[in-house]
Design a protein around this ligand. Sequence first.
Ligand code: HEM
Length: 504
Amino acid sequence: MLEFVLFWSLICFSVYYTVQWTIRSSRKVLPGPKGWPAVGVLFEFDLSTLHFKLFEWSAKYGDIFQFEVFRKKFVSLNSSDILREAFSKEPNASITSARPQTFVGEYIFDNYSDIAFASPDSAWTKRRKLAFQLIRSYGDGLSCIEYQIKKKLRTVSEEIRHLDNKNVDPSDMVEEFILYTLEILIIGQSSGKNGELQKVLRKLDFLINATANPGIDVVYSLFPFLRFLPLRTSLMFKEIQKTKQRMLDLMELLSKADTTEKGVYHTVVDVMNQRDEQGKQWFTKDNLSNLLMNLVVAGFLTTRGTILSMIQLLAKRPDLQKALQQEIDRVIGPDREPCLADREKCHLAEAVVIETLRYISHVPLSLLHATSQATTIGGYSIDKNTVIVPNLWTIHHSEKEWDEPFKFKPERFLDAEGLLLPSNNPIRKRVIAFGFGKRSCIGEVFARSRIFLFLATIMQQTTILEPEGKSLEDLLPREMVPGVSLQPKDYEIRFVLRSNLRPS
Ligand code: HEM
């Protein structure tokens, strides 16, 4: 009897392992660089410019490949088709909507109580929905924000009038404009660049840009005790926490001001008083502070990079400026203020914005995703807890997808009549600057509205020229300053009022 049981057990085991082995060997093995034992590919790239290495590897290994750092598995997605398969088709869309565990998510965003660094659960879904609705339709909808943006653009125009023809670094003006619109969105008021809140927001943004990079995160996640040592980065992390508290204190103070102007803050504070079906507070003080941090960080550097890049690119293209000015004169005229309704008739301006976003690809690796369970992408098996790297830099600069990808050519988004290609056109669909699917950017409409109104106002009133007595470098995406969001290097230009250039 024992022999009989042993015999059949052996047969069953053999069959089981043969089937497993056959399944495993029939799986396609993901290509990718081998790396070193334990550390993986850690020493094969500069941590702040990982996107350059991934671009190089994608040429060798294809649209999907894997690599390891400290035994953690990363899968890089390098074409718009593979990204769609991973992010927009179920069940992958749900599986890949998780975020990896990060030091920043845990320590800076109070154990993932924000939106951007947290993985989905029912509370997160409610938080994201709330934030999305507030940004998209705050007050009377975008028209309320539009009114405020236009008000600020009047002071920008005034400033430009004073600067007429002088060499100027436009970053101060652009930063003030963006921070003002964020203050209006969040708290309904702004005291301008000398106001305490704007100074605090600016400081917070630059601290986060200097610290929240994947390289620093890998090291601090592995050795979290480093945050207690007097290292430069650890001190910056401490400073972030202090500055965040200062931001909250200021917002609380400002929210008590006797004014009718309200912002996201006021609504969210009301939501904090609500209870869910179990009688529990579903939106806590930590959720509030970290949502505000998300908006301040995601809403500043991304838009700063886009507007400053656009100004530099235009300064080098007088022909393009002329065409933009003709479009704006035709649609808006010289006297009426540009408004959001003009967007649909300003085809070239829209193409310039889209091409700027593609060309600079300044959020090169989007935000990292992770798999919440094992799945298959592109025919390859991907394990649970794999970090997914949406390689937007490569998708936007691949020769397979673009003609002359490192050239700034807004006309690639226009048809033969000069009309903007529809958003479902395959060429438009390859631009994924705001991500897509369950984790796509919640600030896209807000960001694009600000950028369009800025561009239209500038082109209506001025021509951007190279500086006097100095040269202006071409904006080359590969030479942008690294950070959470790549930024153009400092530069100077001249704004010259069009009225001064018109023949008398
Ligand atoms: C040019 C401007 C902007 C660009 C290029 C941009 C790009 C992105 C990208 C690539 C992502 C990650 C998508 C993903 O994980 O798959 C993202 C997420 C996010 N963005 Fe933006 N963004 C911009 C402006 C803004 C603004 C103005 C706000 C808010 C005021 C904002 C708030 C957010 C938030 C909260 C997330 C996280 C969403 C989530 O994790 O579910 N962004 N953005």
